[in-house]
Ligand binder design. Sequence first.
Ligand SMILES: Nc1ncnc2c1ncn2[C@@H]1O[C@H](COP(=O)(O)OP(=O)(O)OP(=O)(O)O)[C@@H](O)[C@H]1O
Length: 222
Amino acid sequence: MILEGTHINKYFYDPDKHQVLKDNSLQISEGELVSIYGESGSGKSTLLYILSTLDTDFEGQLFIQGQDIKKLDSTALTDFRNKHIGFVYQFHYLLPEFNVLQNVMLPALKLREKSRVAIQQDALALLDEVGIAEYAHRPSYKLSGGQQQRVAIARALINDPTLIIADEPTGNLDQKNTDIVFKLLQNITENRGKTVLIATHNPKIYKNSTRTIEMIDGSIRL
Ligand SMILES: Nc1ncnc2c1ncn2[C@@H]1O[C@H](COP(=O)(O)OP(=O)(O)OP(=O)(O)O)[C@@H](O)[C@H]1O
């Protein structure tokens, strides 16, 4: 089991208390490609934020690779996240002042487990895998949206995490680039045995996932 969440509740105060996630329990195993879909406002991003360990202010329990997330202090949690979870967002959040290669290297440089040379080799191999090695030394802002999202996937993989979490990774892309990006995410599970969790509105993605989870009004539909 890679991820196990039990009885997850989330409340927001704006200013009145309202419940956005209602008693969500889920388990995700190694090698699965799971899509979460549901209407806008149903709570997908809020749930993904919690499952990504970016929000620990929730009721319930979350274990990732056997680690109780709530037992980690903030430094340990940052290290844990950097090492075990890769992120892909709708907007790629690449740093425009860095070139493509540097953007991919960054999470590994932060982790400081490998030499710079080894990290660079890994990053170049990943850029090759996502089909944009030729742009390694270009500033990231000079790439198209689809190319930038491929860089974001390479960056998500640089620390060899077991779990990749993607929130609307194709939300900003046309159909051709959507197909390319989804194929890459599929390859990550099929060839590398990683676990991928995607929130998406795209039926083509959730219909081609190994499992789909529907969210309705803050709850996973059982
Ligand atoms: N910081 C916040 N403060 C108050 N309410 C919030 C906050 N973030 C989200 N919400 C509310 O929580 C609910 C779920 O939002 P969430 O973004 O998780 O939905 P979603 O399913 O991801 O939607 P979309 O598909 O549009 O991205 C919505 O009603 C939203 O207004």
